[in-house]
Design a protein. Sequence first.
Length: 225
Amino acid sequence: MNPRAHHRVHHLVLSGNGAARLAIAVTLLALVVAALAPAAAVAKKRPLWDIPLVWKPTDEIGDLGTVDLTGLSNVKIRVVPFTDDRENPEEIGKNVEDADEGVIRKVTTRDEVGPWIAHQFAWAIDQFGIDTTKEGGTVVLRGEVKRFFVTESHTYDSDVGVKVTLETPGGKVLWTGIANGAATRFGRSYKADNYYEVLSDAVLQAAFKLLQDDSFHDALVEHGQ
C-alpha cells in the first residue's frame, strides 16, 4: 500500500473513534444534566420559612350560609387569644410532591397561630351578625388550637381544629366542643398565597360551623339575656 494512502486510512479510523467518543461524552453529559434538573428546580424554590400569617380567604361570608340569630340580640362575645396546643407551633405546612425522592419542603411561620386564629374568629362572628367585644361581654370564648396545617401534593389541603370553650365572665364553663374546618385548592407549586388561602378558608369554615352548632347557640341564648 502507498504510504500516503495508508496514512489517510489510519487518520480516518482515528477520526471515527474520536467522533464516537465525543458522541458518548455528549450523551453522558445530557444524562447528567437531566438527572440534576429536578434537584436544580427544587433548589430554585424559595423556602417558605418564617413567613407571616396572612388572612386571605377565597370564600365569601354570604356563600357559607346563614346563622340563626334568634335570641342573640343582647349577646356580646369576648374572644380572648387562643392557646396553641400543637407539638410544633411554628410548622403550618409541607410540600410532599417530591417525597418519593426524599424531598419534603416545610412551611413555617414566625407569628403566633393561636392569637391569629382568635382574631379571625372574632371578625367572622361579627360578620355573621353576633356582637363581639374586647372588654366585658356576656360570655367569654376561649380556644386551644389542635390542628392548623396544610399538606401540598397535587392539591393544597388544609386542616384546622380548635377546641372551643364558652364561659361566663366569672369562669364557669357553659359549653365545650371542637370547631373543625378544611379546604382544598389547586395552585402553583409551593406558593405562600395558596397556603394563606386554604388556611384562611378552613379557619372561616371552623368559625361558621361553631356558630351553626345548636348546643352552642343554646348556650349563647341562655346566658345572653
